[in-house]
Design a protein around this ligand. Structure first.
Ligand code: SF4
Length: 279
């Protein structure tokens, strides 16, 4: 039996959340974890309805506080497999403080951060990951804020597993999520998630096959990092701590997935700088 619950799914047609749910429901039986030993704790937002749709224990909790509640749970019951399901507004605005402390404490949590770069549930306000100049109901002349980069934030908090993947890339999404669940310690997986109602096409450039081939680099632990050449400079910090300047066919961290599932020592993680700040 898979992990599908009987609850009616209430996301808008075409929402990227469906793809993430399908991926999770698909691989959970392969992990060999009993459903009664899994707990999904969510905050508030569209993504936070996720626990209703998995046949596990779940808690639809308080806005931004899911990492704190999950920390308490896994501290009391370390035998459980505890997930945090959150979004860019929930995790990085009201819940930013809880998130960074869960990461720096290396609490044994799998954190899925659905990033659609918008507040969907409240109908389209700019979020902490919206791009500068974003015009929304709450920023009618364009956002003046610099967005958070969740991967940079997690690396800065010395999380021991950091990854980014894409809702429509089922193969990579599944691979990354499985490794995150198997990691002991804090694992943060940012998932680019399309919101077709309020921010449609935010990640379309990554879904175009030719563009993706040219600009997207998939990193998996243990694989050599190779970059295409388009003249763009970037800096890579290798596992031994050295820095190299590379020509990279990407636009920076926006398109790079970073994770190191087998080596939990933050000092040996791969990190990539922003390309516009190669020092
Ligand atoms: Fe998905 Fe956007 Fe609808 Fe929320 S508002 S369910 S993120 S499509």
């Amino acid at each position: 039996k898979d992990f599908t619950s009987g609850s009616e799914v209430r996301w808008c047609p075409g929402c990227g959340d469906y793809a993430i749910l399908a991926a999770v429901q698909g691989f959970m039986p392969e992990l060999g974890i009993k459903r009664e030993n899994v707990v999904c704790v969510s905050g508030i937002g569209c993504s936070s309805r996720f626990p209703y749709y998995l046949d596990t224990y779940g808690l639809h909790s308080i806005h931004g506080r899911a990492p704190a509640i999950a920390t308490g749970l896994v501290t009391a019951r370390p035998d459980l497999n505890v997930w945090v399901i959150t979004g860019d507004g929930d995790a990085l605005s009201i819940g930013g403080n809880h998130l960074i402390h869960a990461l720096r404490r290396n609490v044994n949590l799998t954190i899925l951060l659905f990033n659609n770069r918008i507040y969907g549930l409240t109908k389209g306000q700019y979020s902490p990951t919206s791009e500068p100049g974003k015009i929304t109901k709450s920023t009618p002349v364009g956002s003046v804020d610099t967005p958070f980069n969740p991967v940079s934030l997690a690396l800065g908090a010395e999380a021991t597993f950091v990854a980014r993947t894409l809702d429509s890339d089922r193969k990579h999404l599944t691979s990354v999520l499985k490794q995150a669940v198997e990691h002991r310690g804090s694992a943060l997986v940012e998932i680019y998630q399309n919101c077709p109602i309020f921010n449609d096409g935010a990640f379309d450039v990554l879904k175009d096959r030719d563009e993706a081939q040219a600009r997207l680099i998939r990193l998996e632990h243990g694989e050599p990092i190779t970059f295409g050449v388009d003249g763009t400079k970037g800096v890579v910090r290798a596992a031994d701590g050295t820095f190299e300047v590379a020509d990279v066919a990407t636009v920076g961290l926006e398109n790079v997935v970073v994770h190191d599932a087998e080596n939990p020592n933050p000092a040996t993680q791969f990190a990539l700088s922003r390309l516009d700040d190669p020092t």
